[in-house]
Design a protein around this ligand. Structure first.
Ligand code: CAA
Ligand code: FAD
Length: 374
């Protein structure tokens, strides 16, 4: 029922703008409005903080169905989850009440700021500093590649509080867009997900109250990685949705397009491509749902030993499958697939990012191997 509801909404209110959002590299405001009106913009926020209280699997289905229509728009529910999970996992009750309710109401979005220009895969190599000054923290530095920067009201920011302690000297904070000394870089000009703004977030003597720290001092890197254990699953969901959109479009096209006096769907070479696309997509989907169920159990307090493994595995698998499926969808449309008259080239460009962000697929393989070998 949830899937049907989101699909109908996405087809009616998000898909019609997807090409324009991509072409003009503009934020999909129509999608945000429609998602907020339907209470689908941050479904994961627990009911106790005014949210819809959807579990991790339901959240995956929402993201998947939005991504099937528009990859950029799916980063609204996905990044609202990414930004808020550190608060949910490690924040005190006051912080949760103050920052989760406005997100649940659709009044504020929440971004996640870990990466820096010289610290991407090696996230612990960050340089942004937070220094305690009485009842405040003062932040200086710049975070790079921050999704929905400028649009979001709130940011989970990881910063170094003890430079001598390595990863154990990093802490997490909630920073507001309106805090002093916060500014944003220019929008990156990207290959895909062009509707989702990606910008630097810059801190110049940004003074925030001491109680904006998330969890204990020095635990920020662990919170950041524990968050990714839950949210790499949402990137897998985005990849699945983009790939499903491309497969569905190709399925319609091959029945209509005629060559050699018959629909190209009659050719076994085309049929085998379709079968492989659907088979691999369904395999990746099942692993993602399996990981989502584990994520929900972990969120409910259960110790789930292999969450880190399955989260990385589904993200790497689903994004690799999405890249292959969208590339094959372009192939199935022939020359038409290569043009902007049809959505599959956009889907192929959008799919590429899912192999890169929330940890490249090389990093996912490193995480999986570490889990296997430890
Ligand atoms: N949960 C909790 N703690 C964890 C953990 C996990 N999954 N994995 C490791 N830790 C702990 C370790 O136990 C260690 O703590 P101790 O020192 O107390 O033992 C600490 O964290 C440091 O761990 P490592 O030594 O393994 O750290 P590392 O420096 O080798 O880095 C890494 C590990 C896996 C490479 C990590 O840096 C990483 O995931 N890099 C990729 C960065 C990334 O994914 N960025 C995503 C940015 S967000 C984004 O991109 C958003 C978007 O798309 C929309
Ligand atoms: P690098 O770390 O420089 O990697 C370059 C290449 O080297 C990659 O192929 C990588 O896999 C490979 N490599 C690096 N180390 C190893 C290794 N040990 N073994 C094998 N191969 C390795 N970050 C945020 O914090 N918040 C966001 O909201 C956010 N949104 C993003 C949105 C977009 C559109 C983009 C492009 C990025 C976003 N990121 C965000 C950052 C993203 O997580 C990083 O780009 C990513 O983690 C890779 O870091 P890097 O770009 O510095 O690449």
């Amino acid at each position: 029922m949830l899937r049907r509801t989101v699909r109908e909404l996405a087809e009616a209110k998000i898909a019609p703008f997807a090409a324009e959002v991509d072409e003009e590299s503009r934020f999909p405001q129509e999608a945000l409005d429609a998602l907020v009106a339907a209470d689908l913009h941050a479904v994961h926020v627990p009911e106790s903080y005014g949210g819809a209280g959807a579990d991790a699997l339901a959240t995956v289905i929402v993201i998947e169905e939005v991504a099937r229509a528009c990859g950029s728009s799916s980063l609204i529910p996905a990044v609202n989850k990414l930004g808020t999970v550190p608060v949910l996992l490690a924040g005190g009750e006051e912080l949760k009440k103050r920052y989760l309710a406005p997100v649940a109401r659709g009044e504020a979005m929440f971004s996640y700021a870990l990466s820096e220009a010289d610290a991407g895969s090696d996230a612990a190599g960050m340089k942004t500093r937070a220094v305690r000054d009485g009842e405040h923290w003062v932040l200086n530095g710049a975070k790079m590649w921050i999704t929905n920067a400028g649009v979001s009201e709130y940011y989970t920011v990881m910063a170094v509080t003890d430079p001598s302690a390595g990863a154990r000297g990093i802490s997490a904070f909630v920073v507001e867009k309106s805090d002093p000394g916060v500014s944003f870089g220019a929008k990156e000009r990207k290959l895909g997900i062009k509707g989702s703004p990606t910008r630097q977030v810059i801190f110049e003597d940004t003074r925030i109250p001491a109680d904006r720290i998330i969890g204990a001092e020095g635990t920020g890197f662990k919170t950041a990685l524990a968050t990714l254990d839950h949210t790499r699953i949402t990137i897998a969901a985005q990849a699945l949705g983009i790939a499903q959109g491309a497969l569905d479009f190709a399925l319609g096209y091959v029945k209509e397009r005629r060559q050699f006096g018959r629909p190209i769907a009659d050719f076994q070479g085309v049929q085998f491509m379709l079968a492989d696309m659907a088979m691999r997509l369904e395999g990746a989907r099942q692993l993602t749902y399996h990981a989502a169920i584990k994520s929900e159990r972990a969120m409910s307090g259960e110790k789930v030993a292999d969450l880190t493994f399955v989260s990385s595995a589904c993200k790497a698998l689903a994004s690799d499958v999405a890249m292959d499926v969208t590339t094959d969808a372009v192939q199935l449309l022939g020359g038409y697939g290569y043009t902007r008259e049809f959505p599959v080239e956009r889907m192929m460009r959008d799919a590429k990012i899912t192999q890169i962000y929330e940890g490249t697929n090389q990093i996912q393989r490193m995480v999986m191997a570490r889990q296997l070998l430890k």
